[in-house]
Design a protein around this ligand. Structure first.
Ligand SMILES: Cc1cc2nc3c(=O)[nH]c(=O)nc-3n(C[C@H](O)[C@H](O)[C@H](O)COP(=O)(O)O)c2cc1C
Length: 158
């Protein structure tokens, strides 16, 4: 390899993304969220999407196994939610931040878009697990700008 891990991380970070909260209910019934920007669309028919979960996450077991979960694309003014749910041991969702979706997964209030998913498949991907979900419900805000992430920092769409 002709590059250092840091250089690879920096280069990958120059792919501008949105920011999501992945949400699911824990075995003991608590609504949980984790910040992620590895979301990608996969297929329209059938409707499939993916995200990647780091193997070292404290809440790996929850998100690797959750049958129902939601992928919530954050709006520009939800940066505080992104920061909050990216911290260790701060994944339980505050009651004011969610409603319960059709299949029981927490849906984040005022997100730009929420995809309620059923687990379709998982694939090992090095130090991450690739989680493919089938979209069961889509809810959208009629307007609003996305929260963006680029080169290690948040950005705004002008
Ligand atoms: C902008 C941003 C994007 C992130 N994307 C991912 C991701 O795609 N997959 C992932 O597993 N963790 C991602 N993380 C880290 C998680 O949010 C994770 O919760 C954090 O490392 C806390 O560690 P824990 O999961 O062990 O509690 C991201 C964090 C930030 C701030």
């Amino acid at each position: 390899m002709s590059f250092e891990a840091r250089a690879l991380r920096d280069a990958l970070g120059r792919f501008a993304t949105g920011v999501c909260l992945i949400t699911a209910v824990s075995k003991d019934g608590k609504p949980m969220a984790m910040t992620a920007n590895s979301f990608s669309s996969v297929s329209l028919d059938p409707p499939l999407v993916l995200w990647c979960l780091q193997n070292s996450s404290d809440i790996y077991a929850l998100f690797a196994q959750a049958r129902f979960y939601a992928i919530n694309i954050l709006a520009q003014e939800q940066q505080d939610l992104s920061n909050h749910y990216a911290r260790k041991e701060q994944h339980e969702i505050a009651p004011e931040h969610y409603r319960t979706g059709k299949n029981g997964a927490p849906v984040i209030r005022n997100a730009l878009v929420s995809f309620e998913c059923e687990l379709e498949a998982t694939h090992e991907g090095g130090d991450h697990l690739i989680i493919v979900g089938r979209v069961k419900e889509v809810s959208q805000r009629p307007s609003g700008k996305p929260l963006l992430f680029f080169s290690g920092g948040y950005r705004e769409l002008h």
